[in-house]
Ligand binder design. Sequence first.
Ligand SMILES: Cc1cc2nc3c(=O)[nH]c(=O)nc-3n(C[C@H](O)[C@H](O)[C@H](O)COP(=O)(O)O)c2cc1C
Length: 214
Amino acid sequence: MKTIILNASPRKNRSTAEMLRSCAEGARSVGSEVEYVDLFDLSFTGCKSCLACKRKGAERCKCYIKDDLSPLIERIFEADALIIGSPIYLGNVTSCVFSLMERLHFCALSYDDYSSYFKGKVNFGAVLTMNAGRDIYEKWYEKSMEKQLASFRALNGRFELLPCCDTLQVDDYSKYNMAGFNEAHKKQVHEKQFPLDLEAAFRLGARLCSENAE
Ligand SMILES: Cc1cc2nc3c(=O)[nH]c(=O)nc-3n(C[C@H](O)[C@H](O)[C@H](O)COP(=O)(O)O)c2cc1C
């Protein structure tokens, strides 16, 4: 079993990364090998519409752009599970997830009949961190996130979203112009709810990487 975990937060040690490290532990607990990548360390763009992947004779499910993302795309198609962690930025996953989606899915899309060239199976999970509370997530973000990430269903495996709400954006709110947040509430959520979120992340990692995951 091979699991690829992608951190789509620019911060390497905050909530998203912590959640992903728990996913990694969960995956390892069921015997999966884990590759963890900070997407912000890589140099890449979205699809450049070179159409090299649509040329006659082109290899299927291969992105021909010469940058850091193309080899990762190849490894994703060969993996058993893919877990992406992204903060919600302005109601969306971060821009590097959009770039990845364009590249990953376009090179697997047949322009002959709009089917997918990808016939394998990669279980998919997304860990979504946000300032919003659970009520706002369920009311405003959940359906939109399912829609934004729906192209990962073309990986033919399980599709799961795990929200992590009301995150602690900074350690000391008094140092910032952030009066819109209640620091005491944020710290309480961090103390009580965040450890439960980390446990849920561990279970997600284990579930997506279990041999019998459907
Ligand atoms: C540019 C930017 C935009 C953000 N937009 C939203 C948003 O629309 N909704 C929300 O709930 N949180 C928003 N946040 C907060 C982050 O989603 C939240 O702090 C998240 O936990 C950050 O992940 P990290 O701790 O791994 O960096 C935003 C943060 C930044 C920096």
